[in-house]
Design a protein around this ligand. Structure first.
Ligand code: ADP
Length: 399
């Protein structure tokens, strides 16, 4: 069975074609600058990399070019589109309407459109991706895999905000959580690694990338997560503030003459470690600057690690214990300095890392960085959101 995984952004479209018999990637690629001058498609397979520069005014044309590349006699990898058994779409927000992945239908599309306002940065693009595929491959089944679905098991005490209950009821204002496919994948991999029954495990997964979120996974199910109604909440991120006293907004709006939209844009794009350091949102730049003595870069790294550490502590309280701490995503997998700083002075919780094991070079494998006195297993598990989407799509087709 072959499954095409599609991750559509506002001006981008990433794709991977999986052979599900071996769970291997046959080809992957991405389109950038859709609707902007200089659109480009990069297509990578065992036959090498092909770069196609051509105007792509919308997602439909981008999708047509992707399919053309997939079947191209020279650099394509399949003979015809009919070899693609299904498409799995990454979708940001289920709006609480779906607690698992679903097959695409007109009704499901309408629900996604209704929920688009809950994820204004991603949902319109996700919907364009679905519509583009429906147009260019109308007979191929499609599945939608939601970033929020893994968090649907959170108990009300974790997802409720302390606001007027009517606003929760009428406007669906609550915590949803994001990066669900990643938290699900790495927690399942951790359970497998531990060799325990899922019911007997208490795991904290730290997805630390451009956006970062921490989840508490008890008995294989998410019981809390750090992102909220939107992906702006939780730990500080590359350019996002994470948790902040909301009264700061009124104060800053008055000082800097900002509207509420300006404030949200500020919190999304001008804050986080980039805002503190004034150097970069990229942890490679930050660690280098800190090594060179840049105090603000050091401060940004400290604030980030402290934010992650505090969530770990609070989730140990939420689960009354911890068996395994998992690091994943760009920073979690690559930046050993962050893992070290997060795990420092956590011996009260039985957490300590093996410093030497922690400084490994990322090779895409699971690494056990547990210190010899640590009661908690500490693992680095490379995430694979696309594989989860492909697996969920296959499951939906077969059941
Ligand atoms: P996203 O998918 O949210 O954009 P990633 O999970 O790819 O983010 O993480 C990207 C971040 O990981 C970068 O901003 C950078 O700070 C950090 N990082 C550190 N080392 C590396 C590395 N060797 N390769 C890629 N990203 C790295």
């Amino acid at each position: 069975m072959k499954i095409l995984v599609v991750n559509a952004g506002s001006s981008s479209l990433k794709y991977q074609l999986f052979d599900m018999d071996t769970e291997s990637v046959i080809v992957k690629g991405g389109v950038e600058r859709i609707g902007i001058r200089g659109s480009v498609l990069k297509h990578k397979s065992a036959k090498g990399e092909k770069v196609i520069e051509q105007d792509m005014p919308n997602h439909k044309i981008a999708m047509q070019l992707v399919l053309k590349a997939l079947v191209d006699p020279e650099y394509g990898t399949i003979k015809s589109m009919s070899e693609i058994d299904a498409v799995g779409h990454r979708v940001l927000h289920s709006g609480g309407d779906f607690d698992r992945s679903v097959l695409f239908s007109e009704g499901v599309l309408q629900i996604c459109k209704k929920n688009a306002e809950l994820g204004p940065l991603h949902m319109p693009a996700n919907i364009l991706g679905m519509e583009a595929c429906r147009e260019v491959m109308p007979d191929t089944p499609m599945a939608l895999v939601f970033d929020t679905a893994f968090h649907a098991t959170m108990p009300p005490c974790a997802y409720m905000y302390a606001i007027d209950y009517d606003d929760y009821k009428n406007y669906k204002v609550r915590k949803y959580g994001f990066h669900g496919t990643s938290h699900k994948y790495v927690s399942q991999e951790a359970i497998r690694y531990l060799g325990k029954k899922a019911e007997d495990t208490k795991i904290i997964t730290c997805h630390l990338g451009g956006g970062s979120s921490i989840s508490a996974v008890k008995g294989g199910k998410c019981v809390d997560t750090s992102m909220g109604f939107t992906p702006l909440a939780g730990v500080p991120m590359g350019t996002r503030s994470g948790d902040i006293d909301p009264a700061v907004l009124e104060y800053l709006a008055a000082k800097k003459n900002l509207t509420i939209l300006d404030c949200i844009e500020y919190l999304n794009k001008k804050c986080g470690v980039a805002g503190i350091s004034g150097v970069s949102s990229d942890f490679r730049d930050l660690t280098k600057a800190a090594d060179d003595g840049n105090e603000r870069a050091k401060l940004a790294l400290d604030v980030f690690a402290y934010g992650v550490k505090k969530y770990i502590g609070s989730y140990i309280a939420a689960m009354n214990g911890l068996d395994c701490l998992v690091f994943t995503a760009g920073i979690g997998e690559n930046t050993w300095q962050v893992r070290k700083a997060v795990c420092e002075n956590m011996d009260f919780f039985g957490i300590s890392i093996d410093e030497k094991a922690n400084e490994y070079k990322n090779d895409g494998m699971i690494h056990d960085i547990t210190g010899k006195d640590s009661k908690v297993k500490i693992l680095v598990i490379p995430t694979n959101e696309e594989l989860v989407i492909a697996r969920e799509t296959k499951n939906l087709l077969e059941h």
